[in-house]
Each structure stands twice: as structure tokens, then as C-alpha cells.
Ligand binder design. Structure first.
Ligand code: HEM
Ligand code: HEM
Length: 210
């Protein structure tokens, strides 16, 4: 029986998903831990995250079946009922993303994109550097934020810089929170179904359905 399980493996995650996943892990960890300094390393890691997320969004429309958003994006009702079942150990096994895994995938991609874009905006406003230089300026801030900005010390970050830096820091921490939930989800689902989902993200293979 064990042999049958071992041999009945199918390819689920294509190389782009897998390499992209581990680039995101390394890029986020490096960017988070460097906290902006040294700037070349921080930006390099952040750009790696941004490019990977952009490619993953496109792959979600043109990639193979398990990579497509249409394969795993469901409504909140299905996500909630899956989470309820997971809590009671009765969750149905999914070969691709589960409803909660699919929701987390979309949430992580948006949170990572917001973090990287707000970082580029901070760099553009503070230093006039990076891909958003000249596109995002202190004047891009909505009026209510610009007023808040007056409450900060303008000297340290330049006009507008502090507000973007605050957004960037908030986005980075919100993403970290999602990542922690993501890890809890991966561990719970792995235990419920007696399989190592993290290993599948390396090998790309999972036990066949049934
Ligand atoms: C910076 C940390 C991390 C980020 C940003 C992240 C992000 C993501 C994203 C975006 C996906 C969706 C994959 C796709 O469809 O393209 C995913 C799936 C997955 N990640 Fe992570 N991840 C992180 C850390 C980890 C770690 C440390 C592990 C292993 C312990 C892990 C295990 C998995 C697994 C198993 C899946 C597939 C979930 C499923 O079976 O539905 N992740 N992750
Ligand atoms: C998605 C990955 C990224 C993560 C997780 C991340 C995380 C962080 C964190 C935690 C800080 C320290 C915040 C604080 O305590 O003030 C920071 C600062 C900074 N980041 Fe990022 N970052 C990312 C991407 C980027 C990118 C792509 C850029 C620009 C190209 C960038 C530019 C900056 C700058 C200029 C600062 C200094 C802000 C200040 O003056 O306080 N970041 N980042």
C-alpha cells in the first residue's frame, strides 16, 4: 500500500511556481531583515520580489492548470467552510490549492506588490531614485496625508518621504503577518492530510487524488 502511495505521484507545481516561491521567500526575508540598509541589497531583494510577483500574476492567466487563478480562487464562503473543516480535522484534500490556500495566494501576491511598490515610492520621494523617480512625488500624497505629514519631522526623510516610509513599513509588517498565517495553514493542512506540502513546493509533486 505504501508503495502504491509512493509511486502514484503527480506533478502539481510547475518550475516557475516553485522557483518563484523560493525567490519570494529569499527576497522577502532579505528585504525585511535589511530594513532599507544597505540600500543596494534592500532594493535588489525588493525588485526580485516585485518582478516575481508580476510574472506570477501573468502566469495566473496563461500558465498550466494548477497555476491559474481560475483553478483556485473561490468565494469567501468556501474559504470559511474549508477553514472550519480544517479546524476540526475534516478538511477535504485538494491536489492544487485548497480554497484557503488559494485565498492566501492572492492575498500574499497583493501584499507583496503593495510592499514593493510603496518601497519604490519611498525611494523616489526621499532620494529621487528608482523606477518611480519623477512619477511619484511628495505632491502625489492625498491632501489628508500631506497634512499628517506636517506633524512629522520633515528634515529626516524630506517632504513626503515620511508618509511613504510609514506606508511601506505598515505594508511590510502586514505581509509578515500573512506569511505567519500562511505557515500555520501549510502546517495544519500537511498534518490533516498526512503529507509534506513544503516538500511538494520543492519537488513539484504530490500524491495523486484518492
Ligand atoms: C517569505 C515567505 C513566504 C512567502 C512570501 C510565500 C508565498 C507563497 C505564495 C505566493 C504561494 C502561492 C504559490 C503560487 O501559486 O504561486 C505559496 C504557496 C505555498 N507555500 Fe509559501 N511563502 C512563504 C514561505 C513559505 C515557507 C517557509 C514554506 C514552507 C515551510 C511555504 C510553503 C508553501 C506551500 C506548501 C505552498 C503551497 C500551498 C498549497 O498547497 O496550497 N511557504 N507561498
Ligand atoms: C517586498 C519587499 C520589501 C520589504 C519586505 C521591505 C521592508 C522594509 C522594511 C521593514 C523597512 C524598514 C521600515 C522602517 O522601519 O522604517 C524598509 C525600509 C525601506 N525600504 Fe523596503 N522593503 C521591500 C522592498 C523595497 C523596495 C523594492 C524598495 C525600493 C526600491 C524599498 C525601499 C526602502 C527604503 C528607501 C526604505 C527606508 C525608508 C525610510 O527612510 O525609513 N523597499 N523596507
Amino acid at each position: 500500500m505504501a508503495d502504491a502511495c509512493d509511486t502514484a505521484m503527480i506533478r502539481v507545481w510547475d518550475p516557475l511556481i516553485r522557483i518563484g516561491h523560493w525567490v519570494l521567500v529569499a527576497g522577502f526575508a532579505t528585504a525585511y531583515l535589511t530594513e532599507g540598509e544597505p540600500q543596494w541589497l534592500h532594493s535588489f531583494a525588493g525588485y526580485a520580489v516585485a518582478v516575481t510577483v508580476a510574472i506570477r500574476f501573468l502566469w495566473g492567466f496563461v500558465g498550466p492548470r494548477r497555476a491559474r487563478f481560475s483553478d483556485f480562487v473561490t468565494g469567501p464562503a468556501r474559504v470559511l467552510s474549508y477553514l472550519r473543516d480544517l479546524a476540526t480535522g475534516r478538511a477535504e484534500r485538494h491536489v492544487g490549492h485548497s480554497p484557503a490556500g488559494g485565498g492566501m495566494t492572492v492575498a500574499l501576491l497583493f501584499a507583496l506588490a503593495l510592499t514593493a511598490l510603496s518601497g519604490m515610492a519611498t525611494l523616489a520621494v526621499e532620494e529621487g531614485q528608482g523606477p518611480l523617480a519623477g512619477i511619484v512625488t511628495a505632491q502625489s500624497l492625498p491632501a489628508w496625508m500631506a497634512e499628517e505629514e506636517d506633524a512629522y519631522e520633515r528634515g529626516e526623510h524630506g517632504e513626503g518621504g515620511e508618509a511613504f516610509a510609514e506606508i511601506h513599513e505598515f505594508a511590510a509588517n502586514a505581509t509578515l503577518l500573512l506569511i505567519l498565517l500562511h505557515l500555520v495553514g501549510v502546517i495544519c493542512a500537511s498534518r490533516t492530510h498526512g503529507e509534506n506540502l513544503a516538500r511538494s513546493m520543492i519537488t513539484g509533486r504530490k500524491r495523486a487524488e484518492g
